[in-house]
Design a protein around this ligand. Structure first.
Ligand code: GRE
Ligand code: ZN
Length: 337
């Protein structure tokens, strides 16, 4: 399929070279290639897009990014720097590239202000945040499912832009107690999915979507294990007789929040049986194609999706139609690159 849209494509800033090499050493088969590709906002990326039929990409600053900067002032400065930088890089290529805002998540008001600046001044398409923010003391983990974050969610709703909850690596005591003895499960095999699932289900069960019914949140990797478990999650949370039944605080069923507020992308999860499961459980109208480049191969993402057995109407919806609707990409002219 030509003219696909992709939403989980990471980049890194030239000043972050040391960390990029460290991260690539942990996760990439070919670290040099990974760093070269993640730093590129130009020919390498665009030629992959041209070759494999991606018309439009919404870029995001890499993980853990701003979420690991403990000092709130530094986090804001760094977020502004990367947002300014990517805007300059793509502003003349707005037919092919958009961007998510990177945000400092120490404080809801500051986060809301930086998001507003990026959307209003730069035309950014939403925010992509790497799970929890590490707090100023280097120990606190800030989750956005608490009531003080309402001002931030209100801003997302009012601006009408989606929020992408992307994974980060486990940090501090969480890493020491749970993952240190089984490091190979950190990242895509398990910890990423657990982290994002906890955070998004925290938002659902703490009433964020009841207070902001227009808010739209995206999860990558075909839903980070939630769709496969949705019957069981629903079963326990809806049953008011069970002690963990959250009937007092939740207005709708888990399935209804997925229908109304949550989207899922194919990033880094190129399995047709799993995609079919998500189509069955969540619906093809809530799924959007994505790659997870350069942590996954651009080619693998695209050739898998193009060849997957799907009705053509479904391929069109997942490949670009749903993203066009969600991100209001009407100006985007079905770029058939
Ligand atoms: C990511 O998407 O950010 C990512 C990593 C490391 C490994 C795999 C992956 O940062 O998808
Ligand atoms: Zn990713």
């Amino acid at each position: 399929m030509r003219g696909k849209i992709t939403l989980e494509d990471h980049w890194d800033h030239p000043d972050n070279g040391e960390q990029a090499h460290k991260w690539a050493g942990l996760f990439a088969v070919d670290p040099e290639k990974n760093v070269r590709e993640i730093m590129d906002l130009d020919h390498i990326r665009t030629s992959y897009m041209d070759e494999y039929g991606v018309g439009y990409t919404i870029l995001s600053y890499t993980s853990p990014g701003v979420q690991s900067i403990t000092d709130p002032g530094e986090a804001l400065k760094f977020a502004q720097k990367v947002n300014d930088y990517v805007y300059e890089k793509i502003k003349d290529k707005s037919d092919r590239y958009g961007s998510f805002a990177a945000l400092p998540m120490h404080d809801p008001k500051t986060a809301a202000e930086e998001l507003t600046r990026c959307v209003r001044e730069y035309g950014f398409k939403g925010a992509l945040v790497n799970d929890y923010q590490v707090g100023e003391d280097g120990e606190t983990l800030i989750f956005y499912d608490q009531p003080e974050w309402d001002v931030f969610w209100e801003t997302c709703s009012e601006l009408g832009v989606p929020f992408y909850m992307h994974p980060r690596e486990p940090y501090g005591i969480i890493y020491d107690k749970l993952w240190k003895q089984r490091k190979w499960l950190v990242g895509p095999p398990l910890s990423f999915a657990q982290g994002v699932s906890l955070h998004v289900l925290g938002m659902v069960t703490n009433g964020v979507f009841d207070r902001f019914p227009k808010l739209q949140v995206i999860m990558g990797h075909l839903g980070e294990h939630v769709p496969v478990d949705i019957w069981r999650i629903n079963h326990w949370l809806e049953d008011v007789k069970k002690p963990c039944g959250l009937h007092k605080t939740m207005k709708k069923t888990i399935r209804e929040y997925f229908r109304d507020n949550i989207w899922v992308t194919t990033s880094g999860n190129f399995s047709t049986p799993t995609m079919n499961l998500v189509i069955n459980e969540i619906g093809a109208d809530r799924i959007m194609f994505s790659t997870d480049y350069p942590f996954e191969s651009f080619k693998d993402a695209c050739t898998w999706f193009d060849a997957a057995e799907l009705p053509e109407q479904t391929r069109e919806a997942i490949g670009r139609g749903n993203a066009k609707k969600l991100f209001k990409l009407d100006q985007y002219k079905d770029c058939d690159a």
